[in-house]
Write a protein that binds this ligand. Structure first.
Ligand code: CP3
Length: 355
C-alpha cells in the first residue's frame, strides 16, 4: 500500500490519535510510544497467578482470561499499546494440527509436516474456528478505550519451522532440508501458511485490532537470497491480504540485520529491529517511508537502572532523526525480568521524549 494510511475500518476511532498509531503512520507524536514484545506473561506475578493450573493453549481459548492477561501490562506499565495474548501456534491448533505448548520448551508438533500428503492436514482457517479470538478482541477493545490493541500472527517461515521440525530448533535442519531439497513442496507449504495467517489476522482486525504484527522470529537463520526466493513471496501475500484495512502492519524477526530491507519490501509499514543493529542503521537498511520499532536488548533489563537508562538513551539518540519510532525491546521480555524495571523504562522514555 502506498501513501497515507486510511482510517482503520474496525478499530475504535478513539485509538486513532494515540501516540502508537501516529508513530506507525510517521506523524508527529506527543512522546515516543513504548510497548514490549511479550509484555504479558511470566515476568508478571499477576499473570502467574491467573494462569495457575491452566495450560497455555487452553488459556488462549478463554476470552475473559485473555482479556485479563492482555490488560495486566497496560495497567502496570502504562505502555502505549496492548498486544493480544495468544501464541503463534493458536491458528494451527484451531485447524486441528496436533500440537501442544510444553512449559519451558515451546510449541511441539506430534506429527511433523514433511511430505505432500502432510500438507493436506493444513486446511483453511475460518472465523468460526477461532470464535474465541473474535470474542476476546471485542471485549478487549471495549476495555482498552483509546489504547490501541495490536493483533499478531506467526509468519509463514517461523510457523513452518515448528511444523517441519516438530518443535523448537537451533539449526532448522529439517526445515532447510525441505526448503532446499523440494522447493515446490516448500513453496506450497508456505503459501498454505500464508492463507491461514492472513485469515487469522483478518479475524483480529475485523474484531477491532488497531495494528498487526507478523512475527518471523526465526527467519534470521536465512541469507538474503534465500529469504527473497523462498520466504518473501509468502510473507508478502500475508501483508497484501490485509493491506486494504489501512491498519499498520509491523514485521519483526530476530537476527535479521541482513534482511531488514527485504522485510520492509515484503509489505510492512513498520519494521522491527533487534539490538544487533543500531536503530539509525536499521532505518537506513529499511529505507524511506517506513517506521522503525525497537530495539533495546531484553537482557539489559537485568542491569542496574542507570545502565538501562544509558542504553535507552542510546536507542533514543539513534532514533532522533527518524520519522516514526516505536520504542520496544529487540526481542521479547525475558521471564525473570523484574516488572519494576519495565515500568521505569516506560516512564523514562515518556519523560525523555515528551514534546
Ligand atoms: O506479549 C504478549 O503479551 C503476547 C504473548 C505472546 C505469547 N507468544 C505468549 C506465550 C506472543 C506475542 C507470542 C508469540 C510467539 N510464540 C512467538 C513470536 C515472538 C517471539 O518471542 O519471537 C514465538 C516464536 C512463539 C512460540 C513460543 N510459544 C515459544 C518460543 C514459547 C516459550 C516457551 C517457554 O516456555 O519458554 C511459547 C510459549 C508461550 N507463549 C508462553 C507465553 C506467555 C509461555 C508459556 C507459559 O506462560 O506457560
Amino acid at each position: 500500500m502506498t501513501g497515507q494510511q486510511p482510517t482503520a475500518s474496525f478499530a475504535p476511532e478513539s485509538a486513532r490519535d494515540s501516540a502508537f498509531l501516529k508513530a506507525c503512520r510517521r506523524e508527529p507524536v506527543p512522546h515516543t510510544p513504548v510497548w514490549f514484545m511479550r509484555q504479558a506473561g511470566r515476568s508478571l506475578p499477576e499473570y502467574r497467578k491467573v494462569r495457575e493450573g491452566i495450560a497455555m493453549l487452553d488459556s488462549c481459548m478463554r476470552p475473559e482470561l485473555v482479556t485479563e492477561i492482555t490488560l495486566q501490562p497496560v495497567r502496570r506499565h502504562n505502555v502505549d499499546a496492548a498486544i493480544y495474548f495468544s501464541d503463534i501456534v493458536v491458528p494451527l491448533k484451531a485447524i486441528g494440527i496436533d500440537l501442544d505448548i510444553k512449559p519451558g520448551v515451546g510449541p511441539v508438533v506430534e506429527r511433523p509436516i514433511r511430505s505432500r500428503a502432510d500438507l493436506e492436514r493444513l486446511r483453511d482457517l475460518t472465523p468460526e474456528d477461532v470464535s474465541y479470538v473474535t470474542e476476546a478482541v471485542r471485549m478487549l477493545v471495549g476495555e482498552l478505550g483509546s489504547t490501541p490493541l495490536i493483533g499478531f500472527a506467526g509468519a509463514p517461515f517461523t510457523l513452518a519451522s515448528y511444523l517441519v521440525e516438530g518443535g523448537p530448533s537451533r539449526n532448522h535442519e529439517h526445515t532447510k532440508a525441505l526448503m532446499y531439497g523440494d522447493p515446490q513442496l516448500w513453496a506450497d507449504l508456505l503459501d498454505r501458511l500464508a492463507e491461514i495467517t492472513a485469515a487469522f489476522l483478518k479475524v483480529q482486525i475485523e474484531a477491532g485490532a488497531s495494528a498487526v504484527q507478523l512475527f518471523d522470529s526465526w527467519v534470521g537463520a536465512l541469507a538474503p537470497a534465500d529469504y527473497r526466493r523462498s520466504v518473501m513471496p509468502a510473507s508478502a501475500k500475508v501483508f497484501e491480504a490485509v493491506a486494504g484495512y489501512g491498519v499498520p502492519r509491523i514485521h519483526f524477526g530476530v537476527g535479521t540485520g541482513e534482511l531488514l530491507g527485504l522485510m520492509g519490501e515484503a509489505g510492512a509499514d513498520v519494521v522491527g529491529a533487534d539490538w544487533r543493529v543500531p536503530l539509525d542503521e536499521a532505518a537506513r537498511r529499511v529505507g524511506p517511508g517506513k517506521a522503525i520499532q525497537g530495539n533495546i536488548d531484553p537482557a539489559v533489563l537485568f542491569a542496574p537502572r542507570e545502565a538501562v537508562e544509558t542504553k535507552a538513551r542510546e536507542v533514543l539518540d539513534a532514533a532522533a532523526g527518524l520519522e516514526g519510532h516505536i520504542f520496544n525491546l529487540g526481542h521479547g521480555v525475558l521471564p525473570n525480568t523484574e516488572p519494576e524495571a519495565l515500568t521505569r523504562l516506560v516512564e523514562y522514555v515518556h519523560e525523555q521524549t515528551a514534546r
